[in-house]
Design a protein around this ligand. Structure first.
Ligand code: PXG
Length: 466
């Protein structure tokens, strides 16, 4: 058997990696100089690298390993399913038991009349499905001009052409362009953009941009609005409490479809099954991936409400699908993952144990001279680094310089805590215990202290003049 356990020395692996492996979202030459960290094992919230370091994973991989690493039952389900039926498709009037069972389970867990699931292999693919679904919906309803989708700047919806276009990140748009019919409004990021407004007023003002945009484009041209309940890749931006109710009101008033991208916020991350429940959002479509399988298999999908599914069905064949839509091994593993989340009471653990314990310690990080605000919803958190908290000031250095230096200290201290610009973010496995939270916080504080000392020595604790 080709088991990759007894591997080459780290330096040789790094050289091979640099020679042959093109990494996502990576400066290849920069990485080749430094060498990639090679992760070899995972158990619970812990990772081991090829040098034997024990790293606490404050990001659950890429926001996905909700039930933690090393779950034997998921491995067993995968092996059994591969032996029984490794692959079959769900095109051309066929189906299989894992896809049926998983779709039914998701429909049971999803709120309201979100009762139909279109499977994809990832969150990006699912969002591409959503673009085609909402445009098809309006076509079948006899309004083919309703095809524009309104999204937000600094939102993230994947990196396929469709997903990357829905996302509001200009560096992504700059590499390969955008598809047509997608426009962006500003994000509800009070700390960074709220200036003198109260959080509540700012939330309403940013939501009002949706109404203004609908009126500018003409409601007869607008198909849908898409947003993440909490922006993840954008820096764990938790919107003001006034924001989502106003977005919901505007979508309802103009009758446009609302898509909640729950790729990160789904499956317990915010202390409920879905972030939409945490924020009182009633979407027509939800995008799911990541926590659906806790990353044990690549699988995503769109959960679609009764009305949208019925209209699309009325239109006859929907020309869309992926070879791996509802892949039986991925579906079986996702189903086992959902069983684990449910039977172990993992969402209750988030809500009653892990969140309250972490929240107290996370908020206390604002006592640190480098930290402005701290946000935590469920187990999705961020802190803003600032040279002057009272003014919510940005650093004079290029955005991300300080965040990157702080992340380097985390990396050296065996804590995976990412930076987005000058915000530090966490999203640990949902099974994290209070003792492990203590380790996470202790390493975070040490890293902040070291970073602060470096910034002072390098003269970087300087505010940008606005
Ligand atoms: N929607 C949201 C809200 C996401 O966070 C996707 C869609 C795309 O999913 P796939 O499975 O196609 O990657 C995501 C993915 C980061 C990072 O650095 C975030 C994501 C992916 C990779 C890196 O924060 N989110």
């Amino acid at each position: 058997m080709n088991m990759i356990t007894n591997h080459l020395p780290t330096a040789e692996l790094q050289a091979l990696d640099a020679a042959h492996h093109m990494h996502p979202f990576t400066d290849a030459n920069g990485l080749a100089t430094k060498g990639a960290r090679i992760i070899t094992r995972g158990k619970g919230v812990w990772l081991t690298d090829s040098e034997g370091n024990q790293i606490i994973d404050g990001m659950a991989g890429l926001w996905c390993v909700n039930i933690g690493y090393g779950r034997k039952s998921l491995a067993e389900v995968a092996a059994r399913q591969m032996e029984e039926l490794a692959y079959y498709n769900t095109f051309f009037q066929t189906t299989h038991v894992p896809a049926i069972a998983l779709a039914a389970k998701i429909a049971e867990l999803a709120p309201g009349d979100l009762n139909h699931v279109f499977f994809a292999g990832s969150g990006s693919e699912a969002n591409d499905t959503n673009i085609r679904l909402v445009r098809r919906y309006w076509q079948v309803k006899g309004q083919p001009d309703k095809r524009v989708i309104i999204a937000r700047k600094n939102g993230y919806h994947g990196s396929t052409m469709g997903g990357g276009s829905l996302g509001g990140m200009s560096p992504i748009h700059a590499h390969g362009g955008m598809i047509d019919g997608i426009v962006h409004i500003d994000q509800p990021y009070w700390w960074g953009e709220g200036e003198d407004m109260t959080e509540a007023d700012f939330g309403l003002a940013r939501a009002k941009q949706l109404e203004d945009k609908i009126l500018e484009l003409g409601v007869e041209n607008v198909a849908a609005f898409i947003g993440e309940p909490i922006q993840g890749a954008g820096g764990v931006i938790v919107p003001p409490a006034t924001y989502w109710p106003e977005i919901q009101r505007i979508c309802d008033k103009y009758g446009i479809l609302l898509i909640a991208d729950e790729v990160i916020t789904g499956f317990g991350r915010t202390g409920n099954w879905f972030g939409s429940q945490t924020f009182g959002i009633k979407p027509h479509i939800m995008t799911i991936a990541k926590g659906l399988s806790s990353g044990y298999q690549p699988i995503g999908g769109s959960i679609v409400c009764d009305e949208v599914a019925a209209v699309v069905a009325e239109g006859g064949e929907f020309f869309h699908g992926y070879t791996y839509s509802g892949h039986p091994v991925a579906a079986a593993v996702a189903l086992e993952n959902l069983r684990v989340i449910q039977e172990e009471g993992i969402i209750d653990h988030v809500r009653t144990v892990a969140h309250p314990y972490l929240k107290e310690r996370w908020d206390a990080l604002t006592d640190h001279p480098l930290v402005g605000e701290a946000k935590l919803v469920g187990l999705m958190g961020s802190i803003a680094l600032t040279p002057d908290k009272a003014k919510r000031a940005k650093f004079a250095s290029e955005a991300g310089t300080v965040g990157f230096k702080t992340r380097e200290r985390c990396f050296a201290n065996n804590l995976i805590m990412r930076h987005v610009g000058d915000r530090m973010i966490i999203s640990p496995p949902l099974v994290i215990t209070p003792a492990e939270i203590d380790v996470l916080i202790e390493r975070a504080k040490k890293s902040l202290d070291e970073s602060y000392a470096i910034l002072k020595a390098e003269g970087l604790m300087v505010a940008k003049q606005e």
